[in-house]
Ligand binder design. Structure first.
Ligand code: SPD
Length: 291
């Protein structure tokens, strides 16, 4: 008997992936977590019926979640990851020699534990690297109460359903801005430009209302996410994501450019990622401070 998994993007459309076997399925305090092995994409993490990552294409998502902000900031010494319990964004962050301390704040311990067991290639680094601290906490409360200030905050959230809903609000974006040092940068996963323009508009509007000077979006292709194209926002009061990308970053992190372990990100990709298709520029122009 063939087993297939379908994630519905809307009522009449979705992505269907052939499953070899279900490896793990459980309900945590917050959500339903499943790990299945697939024929095409290797192991896949699914939360509340939505694909979070697959072994085959996670490198694109995690490289683009972490490196653009970390390359633009001249001294990303203190980094906070919100969500990201699978460890993929932490793995990419810890490739940067300039990162001195990494805090990862994930609400759901079951995500951390399941990924530690079934996705060691993602989670190994954050467990073994002495620069990393893992907090099992609600990030919304953490950024409200935190006295620490960060150079870079990476919001590697789930889609805006369940516990992740509050991670897309103006109040949260305002608390994020207060948790950054004066020249800090935040990058947030921002959904599909084709299916979730409303969410991207909400993020742009929210980051601008929170007071960020620069709010820009960038994109990459991710075959297993809705529409195959995914977006991130980057916001800062000081750094423009392309104009302030110095070539000297190659001297600061040479191992990420010469014989690089990266498979997607480089400085050409960085600049290209901030070039948006016309339909996206159109809907961004119509909200907040314009494009
Ligand atoms: N629709 C998928 C959105 C998932 C974004 N976060 C994925 C977490 C991987 N670290």
């Amino acid at each position: 008997m063939d087993l297939w998994f379908t994630e519905f993007h809307r009522d009449g459309v979705g992505i269907t992936i052939k499953v070899k076997e279900t490896i793990f399925i459980s309900r945590s305090k917050y959500q339903e977590i499943a790990i299945v092995d697939t024929h095409e994409f290797g192991k896949m993490l699914v939360i509340d019926g939505l694909v979070m990552l697959t072994e085959a294409d996670e490198f694109i998502y995690h490289e683009m979640m972490a490196h653009p902000a970390l390359m633009v900031h001249p001294r990303p010494e203190d980094v906070l990851i919100i969500g990201g319990g699978d460890g993929g964004t932490a793995r990419e962050t810890l490739r940067h020699q300039r990162v001195e301390r990494l805090t990862m704040c994930e609400i759901d311990e079951m995500v951390i534990e399941a990924c530690r067991r079934y996705f060691p290639a993602l989670s190994k680094r954050v467990i073994e690297d002495p620069r990393a601290t893992i907090l099992v906490e609600d990030a919304i409360k953490y950024v409200k109460g935190a006295t620490d200030r960060f150079d870079v905050i990476l919001v590697d959230s789930s889609d805006p359903v369940g516990p992740a809903k509050g991670l897309f609000s103006v109040e949260f974006f305002t608390d994020l801005r207060s948790s950054l040092k004066e020249d800090g940068i935040v990058a947030l996963q921002s959904e599909s430009p084709f299916y979730h323009a409303d969410i991207i508009i909400q993020i742009k509007d929210g980051l601008e209302k929170a007071g960020f000077m620069y709010v820009n979006f960038y994109w990459a292709h991710i075959p297993t996410y809705p529409g195959g194209v995914w977006c991130w926002a980057m916001a800062s009061d000081v750094y423009h994501p392309v104009e302030d990308l110095g070539e000297d970053v190659k001297k600061r992190e040479p191992h990420l450019f010469h014989r690089s372990p990266l498979r997607y990100y480089d400085l050409h990709v960085h600049r290209a990622a901030f070039t948006l298709p016309r339909y996206m520029k159109e809907f961004l122009k119509r909200c907040g401070k314009g494009e």
